[in-house]
Design a protein around this ligand. Sequence first.
Ligand code: ADP
Ligand code: MG
Length: 698
Amino acid sequence: MSRINDIYGTMVFNDAVMKARLPEETYKQLRRSMDEGSRLSQEDAEIIASAMKDWAIEKGVTHFTHWFQPMTNITAEKHDSFLVPDGNGGVIMEFSGSELIHGEPDASSFPSGGLRATFEARGYTAWDPTSYAFIKDGVLCIPTAFCAYGGQALDKKIPLLRSMQALNRQGLRLMKLLGRDDIRSIKVNVGAEQEYFLIDEEMYSKRKDLLYTGRTLFGAKPPKGQELDDHYSGAIKPRVQEFMTELDEELWKLGVLAKTEHNEAAPAQHEIAPYFTSVNIATDHNQIIMELMQRIARKHHLVCLLHEKPFAGVNGSGKHNNWSISTDSGMNLLEPGETPQENAQFLLMLCAVLQAVDNYQDLLRMSVSSAGNDLRLGGNEAPPAVISVFLGDQLTDILKAIENDESYAPGEKEIFKVGVHVLPKFPKDSTDRNRTSPFAFTGNKFEFRMPGSSASISGCNVVLNTAVAESFSQFSDYLEASEKPVQEAVRDLIKKCISEHSRIIFNGNGYGKEWQKEAGARGLLNLPSLADCAPCYLDPKNVDLFSRHRIYTPEELNARYLIKLESYCKVIRIEALTMLDMVWKDIFPAASSYSALLAESAYKKNNAGFEVNSTFEQAVASGISKILSAAFSIAGVLEKNLKEAEKIKDPLKAACHYRDYVLSAMNELRAESDELENCVSAEYWPYPSYGDILFSVN
Ligand code: ADP
Ligand code: MG
């Protein structure tokens, strides 16, 4: 471990560096700004900028960038150097407070969903002092928020910061009502487990589908997939180990506490999980992890695939968002306590999350929706598209007992009373066994398992934080209006909440078909695709939620609605075009040549007057011809459906058309083509097979 101590955080302008390098008063002001959101003076900004520059220059840095997160899933940066002419023909290194605080990147090509009309195309970046600056690739990166001239959020950071404030505001209000005057702030912690595939660079470069779309659009099932369960947490292969070691070291330098690395269920699939931290930093860190994984993989002649479903028939990749809330003194509010009072508080927090998830299923589902993730959700290895909460039998029994005024343990006579009785201890293991739940309570946190592997975790956390802030706000309203003593009012509130929202609790097998039926009977939403959930952005109940908590204005929300739909259509369009390119240029010609070869061979054999006939050649050649003509006609349908889709102006209608006509034709074309792959000789087949790709790394 000495190695990690030597390098951990060496590339971060973190608290220790700031404390050492800033005058005491400036440091205090900066801490206040980080902890309480107070504004920094220009004078302090100048001092911090200068200290930051000196620190960076000592590490060989010459450039800085405002690092921001536009409404795509990746980060953006534009590099500027510290160099300024000194007036005597030489240069000096300078970095001013205003350069630290504000930037004006050329932003016209980032998606804005209509928020930034072209005549005011400029976007502005503003320093986010709550996330530390760091050095990546020899450039000083300053985490920033990105907004339009009118202040509208053009990125994924501003809404996240706003949602953290909303949760803090409403949480403190509720805690005061519970008599917790000692709590000064409430923050959200997140640990995001990241799944990914690592494949050989050579295989990757031979597949147009991987190159253009990040996933395979064709590929017959290999003889061996993940059925033997021999990859999960199996021995890590040396090349992968070298990659992971380098990744860990680079992440540690950037202050990302990468902790666990292991193989996942599918061949070539792996996972990395950093230690949890404040949600804003966890989101920045997840972006850094995704970027570094892709870059470092290349150094090892590997390619890191972040797509949610790169291969049909084996598991896809997700991102498990472990979420909890804690106080300024570090108390986890989702940790069951030792005393009846603590437990009343814990149960109230639990109810707040249950109510939030039940009332905003649509938004949560929307927050994890994308063309890529839709291919994964609802598959038999991934959480279903229906949202439910797993609590484990023990906790569910306790909630039932509370709801019905019963005892919670078999044979026990006493009625369980919130605020009077101590909860039994539930070991983590007893709550962590169900891996099929999209939203599971795992002892002292909730694990949201639906987010896709390529997405920023900002989106789902904005919804979670805001929905829970809304629960807190409604609970506070209830307690304020109640005339009963607070303990009793809390008890009533918990009972009411359980009876209103217990339909969202499901501890069974989320992958089973029966669950879909039962969920329907319970009135839970089942939204299989992005086109199904996008309208929820326009639903008055949701517009109202985001406006009231000052997360998104209706205009900002509408922009997200448009961008999500546009990107869905674009992704499917690129996939369809890639498929057509692959069948016309490579797959059809290969199948045709091979069947011609067989036909020719049959003809020759027959003419040569062999005793045996040419059954094999004839049967295969004619089989290939049949499939080929079916595939040919589907390719025509796909082309036609694609042309129609391109003409549709309304984004929602276009998305529905892509889903119903383009995707379905793509699936049919794939099925025929995969049949061809099974018949055509490997020598003629133009692309590496699934077997070649999935077992390419040793
Ligand atoms: P598993 O694979 O069993 O779900 P891991 O250990 O791989 O668990 O990942 C769990 C993640 O949850 C880690 O990122 C961890 O830091 C994070 N985590 C642990 N406790 C909390 C908490 N109280 N709040 C948020 N995240 C947490
Ligand atoms: Mg997990």
